[in-house]
Design a protein around this ligand. Structure first.
Ligand code: MN
Length: 207
């Protein structure tokens, strides 16, 4: 019996050009159709004939520890992180987070600008490739970063929490448009953040 590929790449929830001018269409196309698709394909290959073949990506992420082979760790992270990242953005989005999330961010950092400054610091401070995250753990918000394709749900990482927002700071995420100016990419990221989605994640995390 031929088994279907276990791990799949969800359709991008908008067109490659929809995040212009903040994220250019060429970057989006390569990022989604080559990088993300590659992680999914490589994960399926690594999973073949092993116990993880029967897991969902959400379950697998929570089982990645020091014993997990690098190929599974990196490609599972790449699969999960990018799906999360695409959903974290939307065309004609940006603005400011409202509701309880806006209040919680202000309560934690003093102002939305202060929150954004801390997030930017984490994004710029991640040396080399990785991610910066807004996470929640035990009702407390914090900002963390992870190297490579790790994420805070993996037991292997030194940080932990449920991600509410994440930014990919691998050069492949911004180099075509921004070259070495990661700071400009992070500044423009705010113009495409899908706060409705982040707010929904915040709500379900507090259930
Ligand atoms: Mn990426």
């Amino acid at each position: 019996m031929t088994s279907l590929a276990q791990f799949t790449q969800p359709e991008l929830p908008y067109k490659y050009s929809d995040l212009e001018p903040y994220i250019d269409a060429a970057t989006m196309e390569i990022h989604y159709s080559k990088h993300h698709a590659g992680y999914v394909a490589n994960l399926n290959n690594a999973a073949k004939g092993t116990a993880i073949e029967k897991m969902s990506i959400d379950e697998l992420i929570t089982k990645i520890d020091g014993n997990t082979p690098a190929g599974v760790r990196n490609n599972a992270g790449g699969t999960w992180n990018h799906t999360f990242f695409w959903e974290s953005m939307a065309p004609k989005a940006g603005g400011e987070p409202g509701g309880n999330l806006g209040k919680a961010l202000i309560a934690q950092w003093g102002s939305l600008d202060a929150f954004k400054a801390e997030f930017k610091k984490a994004a710029l401070g991640q040396f080399g490739s990785g991610w910066a995250w807004l996470v929640i753990a035990n009702g407390k918000l914090s900002i963390v970063s992870t190297p490579n394709q790790d994420n805070p749900l993996m037991p292997v990482t030194s940080v932990s929490g449920t991600p509410l927002l994440g930014i990919d700071v691998w050069e492949h995420a911004y180099y075509l448009k921004y070259q070495n100016k990661r700071a400009d990419y992070v500044d423009n990221f705010w113009s495409v953040v899908n706060w409705n989605k982040v707010e929904a994640r915040f709500k379900s995390s507090s259930k």
